[in-house]
Design a protein around this ligand. Structure first.
Ligand SMILES: Cc1cc2nc3c(=O)[nH]c(=O)nc-3n(C[C@H](O)[C@H](O)[C@H](O)COP(=O)(O)O)c2cc1C
Length: 210
């Protein structure tokens, strides 16, 4: 399926069928998402894949009644880091040096640049910034799923503090950024037939200096 066809096919599913997404298919979507770009390459978030109904039932209490968090094949929680210490940068630099087969010392200046940028952020700015990276991953997740003909519903309609409590995220210096139930659309979901609502191309794209 072509990319634009996949993007036209996908929509924010309101009702999922009971059909499960195969582990291999979901793995492929998560693999594609793992390739997402991120600022400095730090990938400051995690993707938590939740299937257990008892956990999802607890999360439903913090989802403003949106029961697709329970009635879908899987729930993916994009959790952003709330703190990034020198160790996070050190790990990244070590990984980069190993991947590129260069000594760590060659990346010293880059490491300093990253540390400096992080140090200049307030705690609130840092979380806003790590959440931005998680949203970029969410975009790729939606597209990768659509290409695999797997349905999704990106969701901001939840209480992050409640999710963090249920999932024990604060202790791990993580917070819920955005969530995404995954599965297959229910045959009775009326939203499946709704036409796409999008701004016209000319309203969205400005070609300057032509
Ligand atoms: C960041 C984000 C948060 C969203 N939150 C919700 C939500 O909580 N519940 C919901 O049903 N849809 C949610 N949506 C779906 C949007 O309403 C939907 O993507 C938009 O109306 C465009 O329609 P389409 O995705 O079906 O093409 C969200 C979408 C995004 C990208």
């Amino acid at each position: 399926m072509k990319l634009t066809e996949a993007l036209a096919w996908r929509y924010a599913v309101k009702a999922f069928s009971p059909r499960e997404v195969e582990a291999e298919t979901l793995r492929g979507i998560l693999e594609a998402t793992r390739m997402s770009a991120s600022a400095y390459g730090l990938q400051p978030y995690r993707m938590l894949v939740i299937q257990a109904p008892e956990v999802r039932r607890q999360l439903l209490e913090h989802s403003y009644g949106q029961d697709k968090v329970l009635h879908s094949s899987h729930l993916v929680v994009f959790a952003a880091h709330t703190a990034l210490g020198t160790d996070a940068v050190d790990h990244y630099i070590q990984r980069a040096a190993a991947s590129r087969n260069v000594p760590v010392s060659e990346l010293d200046a880059y490491a300093q640049q990253i540390q400096g940028a992080l140090a200049r952020m307030s705690a609130a700015e840092l979380v806003a910034w790590t959440k931005n990276q998680a949203y970029l991953a969410l975009g790729n997740f939606l597209t990768a799923a659509a290409l695999a003909r797997v349905d999704t519903c990106p969701m901001e309609g939840f209480d992050a503090a409640g999710y963090d409590r249920v999932l024990g995220l604060s202790q791990q210096q993580l917070t819920t950024a955005v969530i995404c139930p995954v599965g297959y659309r229910h045959a009775d979901d009326p939203h499946a037939g709704y036409p796409k609502v999008r701004k016209p191309f000319g309203e969205m794209v400005a070609e300057l200096g032509q």
